[in-house]
Every structure is written in structure tokens, then in C-alpha cells.
Design a protein around this ligand. Structure first.
Ligand code: SF4
Length: 387
């Protein structure tokens, strides 16, 4: 059973308890991390590959890129993208000199493309102004897309300054450690106080990583591995056997579903029509085949005809259905019906896109596309015998 509702008295009791337990919790966490943590992440090493000492400064650019990638992506997925990015754009100047298309191409497959556009925008502005990336949390927090936790994590990793973090992993850990019986979002100021107490006056470089690793590897969202946890003797949730009920979660909102009609238009030479989305918003700057949502009462052929008229000013005849598939994003599910089309009348122009292009099918890989388009390109190549 969850404990009785949280009260100011209980909050003061837990805070006093944590003040007392913090030295033991901190040292057992760091001992655990020395044996089981994810050490040796490349942006946490000195340029010559050695582990940094507590007074060493690490280059901030690779850390900034890593932390932005990790905002919505798991470490194992982000790591190869980070390596590819650092090969392609090894410093702020190289990133600023690249085109947005090169940047999006390098990010392709990682999702939440606004992150890539922000990295590029920051690099462009700083290099133009002759300024470096800031090194302190306050300066980093002024960059677009960086909240307190990401800014603190970058600053602490680079310089080992005493800046605590409070990401999703740490919120879950604290909710269980304290047996907090409500949504963690209702306790953000309290949780910041708690991580400050836990960190005390240590350097935060290893401590923050250890907290994140304990949350990701042991105090996992669905199946916490309490027998392996260095905090099990202190944990209020474990003592009550309620660790699986915490943190309290909001009922998930229903995920909307849309049918999408897509037209692959080939001209008389065999080139295919693609359009580049507007620079801002969802998937901004990426290329795609024209198409859009099916309206009530429309057949899929009606949808394709209307969307191509609205997006690129073409009247088309809808032909063979090349492919039908589902694709899930975090907040919506899409079902695509992809049709080959022939132009009946009109000249393609960018009505809804920022630009359009007629491209040889074998050159499509040169353009950054969203993940769902990769399946359409593959189906087109197979249809044309170019797979
Ligand atoms: S004992 Fe279990 S619930 Fe408590 S912090 Fe450790 S892993 Fe999480």
C-alpha cells in the first residue's frame, strides 16, 4: 500500500533523514558506480583517451552534443550518432560552416530534428559573434533547448563543478527512495533540495553520471533490481515493498491515429518529385514525398490528388499502390498508403514546401528524410529494379 498522503511534517521528516543519510548514500553510490557504472563514455575522457582527474577540464563541445542527443534518446542508440557527428563536425567552427541539409543528414534516424537545428543555430550564431560555448550552467541555460538539468550536466561533466541534476532517472530514484506517494512533477522543488543534499560539496562529474546510471541500470522504470541496489537498506519504497508502484504515473493520453496518402510522382525521364518541409516545426528542413492526412469521406486516391494539388500545385492520376505500412511516433500513429502517380496537368512548384526538387531515384540518399520515408524509398527502388 502507498504511504499516507504527503504532508509538510512528512517532508521535513524525510529531509532530516536524508541530511543524515546523505554521506552514506553518496559514498555507496560512488563505490557501486566504480564497479558497475557506464565509465569510459568518450565525451567524459580527456582528448588523449585518459580518465580525467577531478581538476581536469574536458572540452565542452563534445559534451554539449552528447547531452543534447541524450535528451530524448537512449545512450546505446545515441553513441554511434555521436561518433559520426564528431567525425563530421569535430568542433563548433566545423558545425557552423555546414549547411542545414548536411546537419540534418548527419542526424537522420535520431528523431526530434529540432535538436539538430538548434545545435546548428547556436554554432552559427556563436562563431559569427566570435564567442565560444559558455562553460558555466547559467550561460549554458541561456542556449535554446537547454534546461537546468542539461546545462548542469554539461557544466559538471566539463569542469567537475558542484551542479546537481534532476532528470527522469533521478526523479524516479528519489520518488522511490523517499516513497513519495504522488506525481514526481508535484515535488520538483523538494527533489532539487534532495539532490543538492545528496551531492553535498562534491564535484558532480562522476556523481551525476552515477545517479543516472543507478536509475537507468538498477532502479529501472518497470522492473527495479533492488537486490543489486547500493541503496536498498535505505530505500523507503523497498522497505515497504512498494517499489513497483512508484513513481506514481499519470494515465497515458490516448495516441491519435491518422491515415496518410503519399504520391510518388515520376516524370518522363524517371526523376521523382520531393519537397523540403518548412524550416521550423515537426521534421522541419527534412525532405519528403508529397502527401498528407486523409479527410473524412475521402478515398485514399482523393487524398493523394488533393494533397498534391495543395502541396506542389500538380493535378495527378493516382496509380499503383506501392506500399502500405504503419509508423509510430511518440505522440501519434500514422498509417501510410503510398501510390505511384502520373502528372495530368500543371507544373510542380513549392506551394507548402520551402523548395522542391526532381531527383534521380538513385540520388535520394543524398537528401535527409524522416525515418518513415526510408521504407518508401526502398519500395520505389525495388519497383524500379534498383534495390
Ligand atoms: S532499492 Fe530498489 S526501489 Fe529503492 S532505489 Fe534501489 S532499485 Fe530503486
Amino acid at each position: 500500500m502507498l504511504p499516507k498522503p504527503w504532508s509538510k511534517a512528512l517532508e521535513h521528516q524525510r529531509e532530516a533523514w536524508l541530511r543524515h543519510a546523505a554521506p552514506e548514500l553518496g559514498s555507496s553510490l560512488l563505490s557501486w558506480w566504480a564497479r558497475h557504472g557506464r565509465r569510459g563514455l568518450p565525451w567524459r575522457l580527456l582528448p588523449d583517451g585518459r580518465q580525467p582527474g577531478s581538476d581536469d577540464l574536458l572540452p565542452i563541445y563534445p559534451i554539449w552534443v552528447a547531452e543534447v542527443m541524450l535528451q530524448q534518446t537512449q545512450l546505446a542508440v545515441a553513441l554511434p550518432f555521436w561518433r559520426r557527428w564528431l567525425d563530421r563536425f569535430p568542433d563548433l567552427e566545423a558545425l557552423a560552416a555546414a549547411s542545414q541539409q548536411e546537419v540534418l543528414h548527419c542526424w537522420q534516424g535520431l528523431g526530434y530534428y529540432v535538436r539538430a537545428r538548434r545545435l546548428h543555430g547556436v554554432a552559427t550564431r556563436l562563431v559569427a559573434a566570435g564567442r565560444p560555448l559558455p562553460h558555466d550552467r547559467a550561460g549554458l541555460e541561456r542556449l535554446p533547448g537547454l534546461g537546468r538539468t542539461t546545462a548542469a550536466s554539461i557544466a559538471a561533466t566539463a569542469s567537475n563543478c558542484p551542479e546537481p541534476i534532476l532528470d527522469g532517472n533521478v526523479r524516479r530514484l528519489l520518488a522511490r527512495l523517499l516513497a513519495f506517494p504522488a506525481l514526481p512533477q508535484q515535488a520538483i522543488p523538494l527533489f532539487w533540495t534532495m539532490v543538492e543534499l545528496l551531492l553535498a560539496d562534491r564535484g558532480a562529474r562522476d556523481f551525476n553520471q552515477a545517479l543516472m546510471d543507478l536509475g537507468a541500470l538498477v532502479c529501472r522504470p518497470r522492473a527495479p533490481l533492488c537486490p543489486r541496489c547500493p541503496w536498498r537498506l535505505h530505500c523507503h519504497a523497498y522497505a515497504r515493498g512498494i517499489q513497483h508502484q512508484l513513481p506514481v504515473r499519470q494515465a497515458p493520453a490516448p495516441i491519435p491515429h491518422f491515415m496518410i496518402g503519399v504520391g510518388i510522382v515520376l516524370d518522363h525521364q524517371g526523376k521523382v518529385l520531393i519537397g523540403q518541409r518548412q524550416p521550423d516545426g515537426l521534421l522541419g528542413g527534412l525532405w519528403e514525398f508529397p502527401g498528407g492526412k486523409q479527410e473524412p469521406g475521402e478515398t485514399m486516391a482523393d487524398t493523394v490528388v488533393r494533397e498534391l494539388q495543395e502541396e506542389v500545385g500538380l493535378t495527378v492520376a493516382v496509380g499503383l499502390e506501392l506500399l502500405r505500412f504503419d509508423h509510430a511516433y511518440t505522440h501519434r500513429r500514422l498509417s501510410f498508403a503510398v501510390h505511384l502517380c502520373q502528372v495530368v496537368v500543371g507544373e510542380a512548384r513549392p506551394v507548402a514546401n520551402q523548395q522542391i526538387a526532381w531527383v534521380w531515384p538513385h540520388d535520394l540518399h543524398r537528401y535527409p528524410f524522416p525515418a518513415a520515408s526510408a521504407r518508401m524509398i526502398q519500395a520505389l527502388r525495388e519497383h524500379l529494379g534498383q534495390a
